[in-house]
Design a protein around this ligand. Structure first.
Ligand code: SF4
Ligand code: ZN
Length: 296
């Protein structure tokens, strides 16, 4: 892992991932050891790995699989459901299954063909249906928190998309955990700091059988394009993706969106050397630079 300047053997890697996950869960106040967690599982490597990690850490974590009725590709929905059920059975875990078509009369591709939203692409309809059903089940069945398997590549791609359009509303909501209120379940992303390839390695080393194929509707999506761009950046500058995401979280914590420095200027200090105003206590950056230059 060039970004962490760390190399681990299989045994230690399989310990490191849950240890780090437990650290992130605590750091971002996602959930406590006695809370009931509902894990949204799609049959992919991230969500199945998340479920695996949470149960290894001793959390009370049940699964939720949402059947989207996507028959395209290899029979995407049927295969992902089969692998999810298999995982649950092998690990003795409780799985809730909701089928959008049975519940509401239409599968995702059918709803998409009705041109209700998303300009003919099913992802908008699908995302909306998934968010709705995840929240409904978490709420109806009394779970404290809903956990999803979003990894760092997912989060960085969303952040990148929202940054190039400066979508303040979405940027504000992009957090490792969103507190629940007024019928909205708390949502947590315990894997948000792991690279996608780290999760692939975890799933493979744990022998988790997951669906390799991406959803056939994801081909040509903007998020895949953003992921490719960020991977190019990462190849040149290891750690760039993690930095992009973590620095954003820090900046938001520091009040990036809270105040407008023009209207609400921060207090300034006076540089003891030149007397000019500075943002921080002590010498201003210019005087520090000149002092360094003069020491050379
Ligand atoms: Fe749904 Fe689009 Fe994801 Fe496929 S790629 S599962 S249609 S959101
Ligand atoms: Zn509604």
């Amino acid at each position: 892992m060039r970004q962490h300047k760390l190399a681990l053997c299989k045994e230690h890697y399989l310990e490191w991932i849950p240890e780090q996950t437990a650290r992130f869960i605590k750091k971002y106040w996602m959930f406590g050891p006695d809370e009931k967690v509902l894990v949204a599982v799609s049959g992919g490597k991230d969500s199945l790995s998340l479920w695996d990690i949470l149960q290894r850490l001793g959390y009370q974590a049940d699964g939720l699989y949402i059947g989207l009725g996507i028959d395209e590709g290899i029979g995407y929905s049927a295969e992902s459901q089969r692998l999810t059920v298999k995982f649950a059975e092998e690990h003795g875990l409780k799985l809730h299954i909701v089928d959008v078509q049975k519940e509401y009369g239409h599968s995702i591709p059918v709803l998409s063909n009705m041109s209700l939203r998303g300009h003919g692409r099913p992802c908008s309809v699908c995302g909306l249906a998934k968010r709705h059903e995840m929240n409904r089940i978490a709420y109806e069945l009394g779970y404290d928190v809903l956990a999803t398997g979003h990894n760092l590549d997912d989060e960085a791609a969303v952040l990148f998309g929202n940054t190039i359009s400066w979508s303040k509303e979405y940027l504000l909501r992009q957090k490792p955990v969103l507190q629940g209120h007024d019928g909205l379940a708390r949502k947590a992303k315990p894997l948000c700091r792991f690279y996608e390839k780290e999760m692939t390695a975890y799933a493979m080393l744990r022998g988790i059988e997951y669906i390799y194929e991406e959803c056939p509707f994801s081909v040509g999506s903007t998020s895949i394009y953003y992921k490719e761009l960020l991977n190019q950046l990462e190849n040149e500058r290891p750690g760039a993706k993690l930095n992009f995401y973590l620095k954003f979280l820090e900046a938001r914590e520091d009040g990036l969106f809270a105040s407008d420095p023009e209207k609400d200027p921060p207090p300034l200090f006076l540089c003891p050397t030149c007397g000019q105003p500075t943002m921080y206590e002590g010498q201003c950056s210019f005087c520090r630079m000149m002092e360094k230059a003069n020491q050379k």
